[in-house]
Design a protein around this ligand. Structure first.
Ligand SMILES: Nc1ncnc2c1ncn2[C@@H]1O[C@H](COP(=O)(O)OP(=O)(O)OP(=O)(O)O)[C@@H](O)[C@H]1O
Length: 237
């Protein structure tokens, strides 16, 4: 593998007395889609939040583009180009769609805001029709597009998507995975946390399976599918 864009070693974190991550190792190469799989409560969101600086790392190293960001403020992590689209469509419901998008260039790429807005509208034409609508009144799918669009406004070098297909209709899920493939085609590196295991493995170059705060498996989708226990656990086949 080429020099990783994101390189995580021995990462530990948690909440108060609860230890969640128990020494996680994970890499994402430039331009790679990596799927992060695991059952509910395995620690995937905690991993994303720790890497993004929202939850403090207790031990271990997080290198982004070769620099240790394990103790860096989340704003400076965004400035470096690691942008996290959190689980649950955390948009600002009382701001318009346009204002939500503009907030995406608060810390990074502010001077290219207008050009990036046009780019996001090119990817999500539906958002262009709804710039003045309050984000909280948009449909679930529109809110998810808004959350991803806001992430793209900051010109990510690595985009972390936390369960982007959650609650979307099958047609929208198709559309979303097509979009993720398009972004990848444009050279973007993506860490994709998903419950849609089959579709994730189709577009990801590699996958990690996390259980109880530790990586139990890493390899290609084909290798994961060749492991009976994992195939049964994650695909039910
Ligand atoms: N703010 C918090 N305070 C205390 N415990 C938390 C907090 N957030 C998460 N946890 C606990 O950490 C563990 C891992 O949760 P996490 O959300 O990282 O898992 P996950 O793999 O993303 O799960 P899911 O797929 O259900 O979203 C769980 O036991 C959860 O209850």
């Amino acid at each position: 593998m080429s020099t990783p864009l994101l390189s995580v070693r021995g990462l530990r974190s948690g909440y108060g007395a609860v230890e969640v991550l128990r020494g996680v190792d994970l890499d994402v190469a430039p331009g790679e889609i990596v799927a992060l799989l695991g059952s509910n409560g395995a620690g995937k969101s905690t991993f994303n939040q720790t890497v993004s600086g929202l939850v403090a790392a207790r031990a271990g190293r997080v290198l982004f583009d070769g620099k240790d960001i394990s103790a860096t403020h989340y704003r400076d992590i965004v400035r470096a180009g690691l942008i996290h689209v959190p689980e649950g469509r955390k948009i600002f419901p009382n701001l318009s769609a346009l204002e939500n998008l503009e907030l995406g260039s608060f810390a990074r790429a502010r001077e290219r805001r207008a050009a990036n807005l046009e780019r996001v509208f090119g990817i999500f034409p539906r958002l262009k029709e709804r710039t003045r609508q309050l984000a909280g009144t948009m449909s679930g799918g529109e809110q998810q597009m808004l959350a991803i669009g806001r992430g793209l406004m900051g010109e990510p070098r690595l985009l972390i998507l936390d369960e982007p297909s959650l609650g979307l209709s099958p047609l929208l899920v198709e559309e979303l995975f097509g979009l993720i493939a398009t972004l990848h085609g444009q050279g973007l590196a993506i860490l994709l946390v998903e419950q849609n295991v089959g579709q994730s493995l189709e577009i990801a170059q590699r996958a990690y399976v996390m259980e109880n705060g530790a990586v139990q498996f890493s390899g290609t989708g084909a290798e994961l599918l060749a492991t009976d226990r994992l195939r049964r656990a994650y695909l039910g086949v």
